[in-house]
Design a protein around this ligand. Structure first.
Ligand code: SF4
Ligand code: SF4
Length: 325
């Protein structure tokens, strides 16, 4: 029996769905952990460290502290490890984190699909598009300036030892489980925007993606279009979630490329669009599987070095959780 590879789109959705299920499972487990810590349940539950992936500001602070003092964050150690893995992915595998790992990327893709079905999805012209990119870079500049310039090491350490930081993950859970009406209105607005504008959140608003996109410029992996073979049908550009005019580029090194390989799968000319790394053609699944492998490697390494799980006194945590909730 011959094994047939799924199409790039199906392959991407499979990996994204696996990560979404994992996130939902982690959230469900963390909810029961908080219930136990706050005395609402008698059943002990282990804290899933992976929930720290949803604390990017704490991870950025942890990175600053690591770079300046060599100390690994003990409050959200897994968050720092996942953040470093995401940076590594960007440097090696373009924005594979956004394209395959992040659940918001999946939601963005589904909204994009809905927008196309309803014939509402648009990609603005180059000038408006460039202007719309400003907010995410402004947000990124703000966070980088605040953490790396505006705060000294003492302030970063004070942030790390603040009780708010200790229960930031539980506050995040609370934010998702009990959203205010303003939060719901903002989320609804973003969903509508995602239907109207292709990948609106990821392309125009997410500072995390902006950082990964900038780092991805250094990635050895890129999309290559054979301009001699190309028949200029424009299908690659029409299918690109990053709104990249692939049919006009020989090499795609855009910070918006998430490595989904849709451009390759829709191209009618075999071999016209290829994925290249270090001057060689590589299979379309390299970015997706590379991201999974890198994340697993970082998890195994961090866990083996005791840099994954929080190692804080249970009584102190229990008191902080009870005070906060
Ligand atoms: S250029 Fe190709 S691989 Fe990159 S985001 Fe667009 S469709 Fe996906
Ligand atoms: S889909 Fe292929 S043939 Fe059509 S414009 Fe893009 S690269 Fe050229």
């Amino acid at each position: 029996m011959r094994f047939t590879l799924p199409s790039p789109a199906v392959f991407q959705r499979l990996i994204q769905s696996a990560f979404l299920i994992f996130c939902l499972y982690s959230g469900w487990k963390f909810y029961h952990f908080v219930q136990w810590m706050t005395g609402h349940s008698e059943i002990p539950v282990t804290r899933p460290a992976s929930v720290e992936a949803f604390l990017p500001i704490a991870a950025l602070m942890g990175l600053r502290r690591l770079l300046e003092s060599g100390v690994w964050d003990v409050v959200h150690p897994a968050g720092l490890a996942i953040f470093l893995a995401a940076l590594g992915m960007a440097l090696l595998l373009r924005k594979g984190f956004c394209g395959y790992v992040c659940p918001v990327g999946l939601a963005s893709g589904l909204l994009n699909r809905l927008g196309r079905k309803l014939r509402l999805s648009r990609v603005p012209g180059p000038r408006v598009d460039a202007l719309l990119h400003a907010p995410k870079y402004a947000l990124l500049a703000f966070f980088l300036y605040t953490v790396f310039v505006g705060m000294d090491l003492r302030a970063v350490e004070q942030f790390a030892s603040n009780p708010y930081n200790f229960v930031a993950d539980a506050r995040m859970l609370h934010f998702f489980l009990d959203p205010s009406s303003l939060t719901l209105m903002v989320l609804a607005g973003l969903a509508v925007l995602g239907v109207l504008l292709r990948s609106a959140w990821c392309r125009y608003l997410c500072p995390y993606g902006a950082l990964l996109g900038l780092l991805s410029w250094g990635s050895p992996v890129r999309i290559r279009r054979d301009k001699d073979a190309c028949v200029q049908c424009g299908r690659c550009s029409a299918s690109c979630p990053g709104g990249i005019p692939v049919h006009l580029r020989d090499d795609v090194r855009s910070p918006e490329c998430v490595g989904c390989m849709r451009c390759q799968s829709v191209c009618p000319v075999p071999g016209c669009v290829t994925l290249r790394a270090w001057g060689r053609d590589v299979p379309f699944w390299s970015i997706g599987l590379g991201c999974v492998a890198l994340l697993l490697a970082v998890w195994l390494l961090a866990d083996s070095q005791g840099l994954w799980h929080q190692n804080l006194p249970e009584n102190m945590l229990r008191m902080l959780y009870r005070q906060a909730f």
